[in-house]
Write a protein that binds this ligand. Sequence first.
Ligand SMILES: *Cc1c(COP(=O)(O)O)cnc(C)c1O
Length: 458
Amino acid sequence: MKAQTPTATASPETIAFRAALDVVGAALPEVADSIRQELADQRSHLKLIASENFASPAVLLAMGNWLSDKYAEGSPGHRFYAGCDNVDAIESRAVELAKSLFGAQHAYVQPHSGIDANLVAFWAVLTHRVEAPELERLNAKDVRDLSAEDWEGLRRKLGSQKMMGITVEPQTNLIDYDEVRKRAREERPLLLIAGYSSYPRRINFRTFREIADEVGATFMVDMAHFAGLVAGKVYTGDFEPVRHAHIVTTTTHKTLRGPRGGMVLCDAELAGTVDRGCPLVLGGPLPHIIAAKAVALHEASQPEFATYARRIVDNAAALAEALQSNGVTVVTGGSENHIVLVDVRPFGLTGRQGEAALRSAGVTLNRNVIPYDTNGSWYTSGLRLGTPAVTTLGMAAAEMQEIAAIIAGVLRATAPTKTTSGKPSLANYTLDEPARSQAEGRARDLLGRFPLYPEIEL
Ligand SMILES: *Cc1c(COP(=O)(O)O)cnc(C)c1O
């Protein structure tokens, strides 16, 4: 493929991404082509996936370089590898930014993902709370000196813990705090965890902490989905997790709008153990991702980010309202965060059919179980919608009305096909073509007015 010459007026972002793709394309053209096509795809579909966003070009570019070539096991100033001076500077800066943004006593920015952050937190809490000689031995030693027996002890300890969940109240689909308290008194858990990926409401973390204190549990919040709303000070007081929890885990790529990755915030007491996450439970840190986390954390501490976070929530409330005006059933009747959960059963559809029909009409979102879903987690009875990405594009209340009308139109025009036994299919459907193309046209029109990465011309 011939390299495009940047024009005199091309933006720095355009020049950077064109050059990067030319270099990648010279090595393996089909990968460069897929990267280009992915931008085209994201530019031509309304992104309503609640866990996705659009990171800034600065965040994206911080990831694509030779920091990726470094091994940096350990923590700043305490590495198992030589030559980590620049990684130390970057990681220290990211830690400092995370602590000040979230008001945390300690931050650990190495987890590769939200799940990895949870593993580190579980490890830290177990080490502090479970009385076991093998764990004490583990903590006293340098990780490189651990024996096979030490590891076996750790594996047994981690594997022997019982997990249980609490579901929402069946009438309201809301968390029943009295039920949480009752169950906690019965079970007396070591660790009480609050967090969600499809609950469309706020959680009162003060109440959770009171319950944890009453039963002697450590209180952990997984804020993977709503970290951006915490950073943007939408969630304050009882709803602010860092002040109430002993330990908080998160992703950095959802509402926080950073690179794909994870992070742990905790009290000083847990800091030493949390910092040993790598190499105890994580592979080597990803210095290029940590660099991008620092950039994203800096962006999230700017006043504009608070405005952004507020708009995410306003947009979700407006979208929930508009969907209901269009005859769509919204679980809990609204939203207090970035998520709107739709029940598609009244349309005679499964979540899978709704998801596929909407995607064919220019809307990308994902199917999701609703409370007490009888269709299981593959077909589901729901659709999860999120406003972080469209809010990054600049959309507001008027656009939420338009999106609600597009979605309602597609769902109304979609019907399940019949299986050979005459029952409605859970997967196959028909979508009326004029309705599909009208919806697609409206989605494209919106995207034309709110372009993705307008500073980048490929
Ligand atoms: C998304 C999510 C995770 C997982 O994050 P990954 O980076 O995909 O590992 C963990 N917990 C919750 C609540 C999430 O929503």
